[in-house]
Design a protein around this ligand. Structure first.
Ligand code: NAP
Ligand code: GLV
Length: 311
């Protein structure tokens, strides 16, 4: 079995060693133009030339959860070579930590306390009512569902929105475009955990953000293109939105001088809410490659991307 590794912005050597150790019978090689045909590919943001050359693939494994960059390429026939994304692989607990931290920091006003303490001020703020902070999660998939359950543990009212109807204990679920306005109308803290597709691009724009409860707070941990930056800034200026915690941006790294960097009501982190964990990811990918190689049906694998839906 031959495995080609083609991941931009990733230190290749530890991945090559890890995949080789997990698949001792395989030949695992870093791809370069003209390399031998491989059976399986492990990729992150590969160039189109990779797929143009690699015409014998039986599976494409993405070392991330989001496949928005990958699905823009001309890919092999998915019935012969499924595209498989990471299915949790240690990301959902990180995402739950990040989002709970951001929600609680905002709800308990820890950012304001930090500013007071920096001025050596011993001040109290009036406790806020949890019932006034319903959290709405757009995307109730592998990550969104875990986040919704973690927030419900802190007794926040939790709402979720997905494409298909769902039932999650402790979460008020809405679905489809028909359910979007009702979902937004009683949401105070909006968390985006959607895949980036033509249907979800710019979903957080003036018309949708205006439907949130006054004093809303935005947490974007999905993709930068889900949010219209100028609309967020205008709604913060108007007072309808209290602030935002943003982990993802239309251009990454966030360009120098972008107004988000220094905005007093916006907290920026460098796309770090849920990192790809190498050991967990290698174990998951190697297990799936072995299963496919033994002849397991594609549908039996978790995380197979539906190219028609784009996620
Ligand atoms: P997932 O399991 O595929 O879940 C996606 C969820 O979004 C599903 O509930 C899906 O609905 C819903 N959805 C998709 N299109 C929709 C639409 N048009 N309307 C309403 N709901 C829609 O994905 P995941 O593993 O949770 O990951 C979600 C995203 O998080 C990734 O695509 C990636 O962009 C982002 N991410 C970011 C980081 C980071 O570090 N910032 C790390 C990992 C992932 P159904 O359940 O009905 O299909
Ligand atoms: C990170 O953003 C991922 O999609 O895994």
């Amino acid at each position: 079995m031959h495995i080609a590794f083609c991941c931009t912005d990733t230190k290749a050597e530890p991945w090559l060693q890890g995949l080789q150790a997990a698949l001792p019978g395989a030949t695992v090689q870093l791809w370069s133009p003209g390399a031998a045909l491989a059976d399986y590919a492990v990729v992150w943001a590969p160039p189109q030339a990779f797929f143009d050359e690699q015409t014998a693939l039986r599976g494409v494994f993405n070392i991330g959860a989001g496949v928005d960059a990958l699905v823009k390429l001309r890919l092999p026939d998915a019935t012969q070579a499924p595209v498989v994304r990471l299915d949790d692989a240690g990301m959902s607990v990180q995402m739950a930590e990040y989002v709970c931290h951001a929600v609680i920091r905002h709800f308990r006003e820890f950012d304001a306390y930090e500013a007071d303490v920096a001025r050596q001020e011993w001040s109290y703020r009036k406790p806020r009512r949890r019932s006034d902070f319903p959290v709405g999660i757009m995307g109730l998939g592998v990550l969104g569902e875990r986040v919704s359950r973690a927030l419900a543990q802190f007794d926040f009212p939790v709402r979720g929105w997905s494409r298909s109807a769902k039932t999650v204990p402790g979460v008020q679920c809405f679905s489809g475009l028909a359910g979007l306005n009702d979902f937004l109308a009683a949401t105070r803290v909006l968390v985006c955990l959607l895949p980036l597709t033509p249907d979800t691009e710019s979903i957080m724009r003036k018309e949708t953000l205006e439907r949130l409860l006054p004093g809303a707070y935005i947490i974007n941990v999905a993709r930068g293109a889900h949010l219209v930056d100028d609309d967020l800034m205008a709604l913060i200026d108007s007072g309808h939105i209290a602030g935002a915690t943003l982990d993802v941006f239309r251009v990454e790294p966030l360009p120098a001088g972008h107004p988000f960097w220094a905005h007093s009501k916006i907290t920026v982190t460098p796309h770090t809410s849920a990192r790809t964990l190498r050991d967990e990811s290698i174990a998951q990918i190697a297990g799936k490659i072995q299963a496919l190689h033994r002849g397991a049906p594609i549908a039996s694998l978790a995380g197979v991307v539906d190219l028609k839906k784009g996620y």
